[in-house]
Ligand binder design. Structure first.
Ligand code: PLP
Length: 362
């Protein structure tokens, strides 16, 4: 069977070049005589893979020297707990609730201290990014948490709040490595985390980028594995890291670097998103659920306004090689997740199928 265009929110498509390279190296990696999956994480060969992955992500994101890069497990959802467990000193934090993941992060932090909800967009099914009123920021907060791109609802921040000396923490799971902008400037943050399965590689790896001064003793009941200090002191190898996932991430980073880096993929991503939104804005059948500059360039949500027609669209799309385009149950309709590996050809195929569907279902 031919490969399909996979619009899944995550895990999702990987670049074909990466899969083919991994396939070539699957059984015997270089001069090791074994698969990467079979290697000791303490071996010299694997250390090179690990440090290669770290160097590449540092280069791609221009990560300053005073930040550590960790490759952990447990997904972004484990970070919802690790952040408060490690950063709580006054046991207070500010959260902006812009979606389901943001809310989950906030609820997790609440288990360990006091949470101040600075703003929420729950009143309109999270279809916008709320204006933030600095008078609502807590000056004694240990950190200020935002979800930079809201995967389920298709919104993203375009500017960052000025939190002064309170470190900004972000969940960048669904738009890391997608653009070079103020909002992806590492130096603006105290801590960035991202589950790998959207723009980095396979599920099972979680990237954490943390400023050195925030690596301190966690709350005293914090499990060892959830301590940034322990993880940083051990180079993410306190225990066995997700070795194969990190290897694939390295191949993805090499692929991205080969394309010209993040600014090069940004141009493609913006072109992809513009093509899709332009069509949606001019369609008589489909309508984007997010308007204005909060529109995500990674997750594009849209509806026909008729749930039965939505269902028909999703089904017919699938038989045309356009898969995983069903929206999240909380929004309904459709969602096209168009992460870095989705080629422009995938958007062209989607738009031309939508045009055809529009004509047939007038
Ligand atoms: C996918 C996603 C998550 C959940 O990630 P897991 O790795 O499954 O825990 C959290 N936040 C955002 C923004 C996401 O897109």
């Amino acid at each position: 069977m031919e490969r399909v265009y996979n619009f899944s929110a995550g895990p999702t498509g990987l670049p074909l070049e990466v899969l083919e390279k991994a396939q070539k190296e699957l059984v015997v990696y270089g001069a090791s005589g074994m698969s990467v999956m079979e290697m000791s994480h303490r071996s010299k060969m694997y250390e090179e893979i690990y440090s290669g992955a770290e160097c590449l992500i540092r280069e791609l994101m221009a990560i300053p020297e005073n930040y550590k890069v960790l490759f952990l497990q447990g997904g972004a959802s484990t970070q919802f707990a690790m952040v408060p467990l490690n950063l709580f000193k006054n046991k207070k934090a500010d959260y902006v609730v812009t979606g389901q993941f943001a809310k989950k992060a906030m609820q997790e932090a609440k288990k360990f201290g006091t949470v101040n909800i600075v703003a929420s967009s729950e009143d309109k099914t999270y279809n916008y990014i709320p204006e933030l009123d600095p008078s609502k920021f807590d000056k004694d907060a240990d950190y200020f948490h935002i979800t930079l791109n809201n995967t389920i609802f298709g919104t993203r921040y375009r500017k960052l709040p000025n939190t002064g000396s309170v470190p900004l923490v972000t969940d960048m799971s669904s738009n890391i490595l997608s653009e070079v902008s103020e909002t992806t400037d590492v130096s603006k943050y105290g801590l960035i985390y991202a589950g790998a399965q959207k723009n980095i590689g396979p599920a099972g790896v979680t990237l954490v980028i943390i400023r050195d001064d925030l690596i301190t003793e966690p709350l005293d009941f914090c499990p060892t594995m959830l301590s940034y200090k322990v993880q940083a002191e051990n180079g993410s190898m306190y225990n066995t890291p997700p070795t194969y996932g990190i290897y694939i991430a390295k191949l993805v980073f090499e692929w991205l670097k080969g394309l010209g880096g993040v600014s090069a993929i940004q141009k493609i991503n913006e072109e992809k998103a513009a093509m899709l939104y332009d069509y949606l804005d001019n369609s008589n059948l489909f309508k984007a659920t997010v308007t204005g500059d909060a529109r995500s360039i990674m997750n594009v949500t849209f509806v026909t306004g008729n749930p039965d027609l939505d269902k028909k669209f999703v089904k017919e799309a699938e038989s045309n090689g356009i898969v995983n385009i069903k929206g999240h149950r909380s929004v309904g309709g459709m969602r096209a997740s168009i992460y870095n590996p989705m080629p422009l050809g995938g958007i062209k195929a989607l738009v031309s199928f939508m045009k055809k569907f529009e004509v047939e279902n007038k």
